[in-house]
Design a protein. Structure first.
Length: 283
């Protein structure tokens, strides 16, 4: 057995212990919390049962909200990828200087937290200091209301928050593309649009899928932008979990979190299997 195999075998126990500490132990602790029922006066656990999960499934409201959140985040992911792929392709084809400037701008935007992003967009979409007031001042729009809270405002800001991350993830993959395929297509008379959709996008199926998965996971647990820029009817499921945490109903909040986690895992597994099947069929 060579040295590389010895290091690989020796790393297995370390990786196993790491996975147990980082993943399984917190999930086990949360599961114990989810199946516990505490005394509202003393906070002591009085029994362990599935009453919290029963309450989640007894009222279809929570299941509807989980479905709404999954559909919303899926829509955000699709729109983000539709914007990120062509924008990243344009940035990747720039010269080294301008491309470096764009990369620095994207990295700087990642430094903004979700709270700062939501606050900045609240100012930008308010009538007193933002775009609606400017349009009203120049008589382009007569509305005297702010553009938030609303579903479009929440959706746009969530896409805005996700876009730099998608651009950063896609940029290395696009830079590694074989340019000879594009050049051959240009010599055959294909337009830039045709080359982009028939050659570039299919060549990036793997990176696009991976970026989409990460974007989906990034937004599924977000609640600041949803709560600050959306109406109560627009809120994502994480907002309800945070509300129950604030009211000290922690076991029920953890039960809601587990239901959301299971739903996300089912969705990701289904999408991953579908992607693998289509990839194997395309070979």
């Amino acid at each position: 057995m060579n040295n590389s195999n010895q290091w690989t075998v020796a790393a297995y126990p370390i990786l196993t212990i790491y996975c147990v500490i980082v993943t399984l132990a917190p999930l086990l602790f949360l599961l114990v919390t989810a199946v516990s029922t505490a005394d509202p006066l003393t906070g002591e656990v009085i029994r362990y049962d599935l009453s919290n999960f029963h309450e989640v499934f007894y009222d279809s409201y929570y299941l509807v909200q989980i479905g709404y959140t999954l559909c919303l985040v899926a829509g955000i992911t699709v729109v983000t990828l539709m914007l990120a792929v062509p924008l990243t392709f344009i940035i990747a084809n720039l010269k080294k200087g301008p491309r470096s400037v764009w990369v620095v701008i994207l990295l700087a935007s990642l430094a903004l937290s979700e709270v700062l992003t939501a606050f900045a967009w609240q100012l930008l979409l308010s009538h007193s200091s933002g775009i609606p007031g400017w349009l009203s001042y120049i008589s382009v729009a007569a509305s005297e209301n702010s553009w938030w809270p609303s579903f479009p405002a929440m959706f746009v800001v969530l896409v805005y928050f996700s876009l730099p991350i998608a651009l950063i993830l896609l940029l290395p993959a696009i830079r590694r593309l074989d340019r000879s395929l594009e050049e051959s297509a240009y010599l055959m008379g294909f337009s830039k649009t045709t080359v982009f959709f028939l050659i570039v996008v299919p060549s990036l199926r793997g990176p696009i899928f991976q970026t989409g998965m990460l974007t989906f996971l990034l937004n599924i647990g977000g609640f600041v932008i949803s709560q600050q820029l959306g109406r109560p009817s627009d809120w994502m499921f994480a907002v309800f979990i945070a509300d129950f945490m604030r009211t000290f109903n922690i076991p029920f909040a953890v039960a809601l979190s587990f239901c959301l986690l299971i739903s996300v895992l089912i969705c990701l597994a289904s999408v991953h299997l579908t992607f693998r099947v289509r990839t194997n069929e395309g070979r």
